[in-house]
Design a protein around this ligand. Structure first.
Ligand code: PLP
Length: 430
């Protein structure tokens, strides 16, 4: 198979269109013209694949889908408007009507909102478990469970998932494991090699790397056989009235049927479509993914080592550090290094003064930008308890390992000496 760095600049695109552009073009068109009425009818009935309308897909988006599928070692992919949309359509497609989800409680804040508010409205119940507790995963699985969900490396505390353990529990129960690999990136970890069946990304973060564009992708690893227990998965194995009683599993099969369902139903009906321009921006970012991620990971480790010895820092949550609770899992699953998103706990009690003390540090921190984002070329800082995780109650925050003294850092591409000097100056204000 072609190497990662070759795939990230070439997979999914072969120049050969009449205009012969070397770089995938932006197909900025809402719709596509049919050769004939018969051609249109074939496309609408899914008898033939092709361009139809940009809510379903654009050729720029298809290059992105093939490229991310290649980088994750998967069979197919669907790109959508945001990471949030990727998580939503993936789990809705798996849950079908009446399905239940078991999720790690160590999650991105937006995913927590989706699961406990909107999915609750939709009648998709989600049970949260501590991702390190194998018995809790097993105990939460019910006859109507249709997926297990976790992040490869959670944020902000950078807990590393024991992929193999959770994948085995999912497969014993006959359900797929879905991994959000936004923080991990396929350069550092390919969850599909450790048992994950579906991998989702917020392409807004490391895949783009430039912080200009929202996007999301879900990759089908082609490992989960919906035909093994067909009565559980009628959305794939029963005749689909919308397409003349077509059975998706028979027509598309393993590795392709999931993408067909997500596109023809969830993206088509709900409309979280990726714009051709954003698809193109994300493709530009992916071309340098390995270079950026390896540099950012090395910088983050240097910052973590410096901060671990800093008198104003009570704890550094970076799995690359010896003594970190997830260090052994990082050594096993992340041989190229841990991701560049990690957190520190500043010294001090969680008293009435805490907020003002933290604000002094964050507001005086130079070089790092105060932004609710990660994986950017710029180094970023955030305060989870008042920003990304502000909707969580105190108990959920504690379960996620966050206190008022927690500050999240995302190391960018700047010089690490500048970043360390900026941190030292700001910490002096604590
Ligand atoms: C940002 C993020 C999301 C949501 O992605 P958007 O592109 O912002 O919609 C989901 N999961 C994780 C881990 C994220 O960091």
């Amino acid at each position: 198979m072609t190497a990662f760095s070759t795939q990230q600049v070439q997979a999914g695109y072969t120049p050969g269109i009449p205009q012969n552009s070397a770089v995938p073009p932006i197909y900025q068109t809402a719709a596509y013209e049919f050769a004939s009425l018969a051609d249109a009818a074939d496309l609408f009935a899914l008898r033939r694949a092709g361009n139809l309308y940009s809510r379903n897909a654009s050729p720029t988006q298809q290059v992105l889908e093939e490229r991310v599928a290649a980088l994750e070692g998967g069979a197919s992919a669907v790109a959508v408007a945001s990471g949030q949309a990727a998580v939503a359509v993936t789990l809705m497609a798996l849950a079908g009507r009446g399905g239940h989800i078991v999720s790690a409680s160590q999650l991105y804040g937006g995913t927590v909102d989706l699961f406990q508010d909107t999915f609750d409205d939709f009648g998709i119940p989600v049970t949260f478990v501590d991702q390190d507790d194998a018995d809790a995963w097993r105990a939460a699985i019910r006859p109507d469970t249709r997926a297990l969900f976790a992040e490869s490396v959670a944020n902000p505390i950078a807990q590393v998932l024991d992929f193999r353990l959770v994948a085995d529990i999912a497969h014993e129960a006959g359900v797929p494991l879905v991994i959000d690999n936004t923080v991990g990136t396929p350069y550092l970890i390919r969850p599909g090699e450790h048992g994950a069946d579906f991998v989702v990304h917020s392409a807004t973060k490391f895949l783009s790397g430039h912080g200009t564009s929202l996007g999301g992708v879900v990759v089908d690893q082609g490992s989960f056989d919906f035909g093994a227990q067909p009565e559980r998965w009628p959305q794939f194995t029963a005749p689909y009235p919308r397409f003349g009683e077509l059975v998706l599993w028979e027509r598309f099969g393993i590795g392709q049927a999931f993408a067909a369902l997500v596109k023809s139903k969830y993206v088509h009906d709900l409309g979280p479509s990726l714009s051709p321009f954003n698809a193109w921006q994300i493709l530009q970012g992916i071309e340098t993914l390995d270079l950026r991620v390896s540099r950012q990971s090395a910088t983050a480790l240097a910052l973590a080592e410096h901060l671990a010895a800093h008198p104003k820092v009570a704890a550094v949550h970076h799995p690359g550090l010896e003594g970190n609770r997830w260090h052994a899992l990082a050594e096993r699953y992340l041989p190229r290094g841990a991701p560049s998103v990690f957190s520190i706990d500043l010294r001090g009690a969680e008293d009435a003064e805490a907020q003002a003390r933290i604000a002094r540090v964050v507001d005086s921190l130079e070089v790092f930008r105060l932004v609710a984002n990660i994986g950017d070329a710029r180094s970023l800082v955030s305060h989870p308890a008042s920003m990304t995780h502000s909707h969580l109650n105190a108990e959920q925050r504690a379960a996620a390992g966050i206190s008022w003294n927690t500050i999240r850092l995302s190391a960018g591409l700047e010089d690490s000496a500048d970043l360390i000097a900026a941190l030292d100056r700001a910490l002096a204000r604590l």
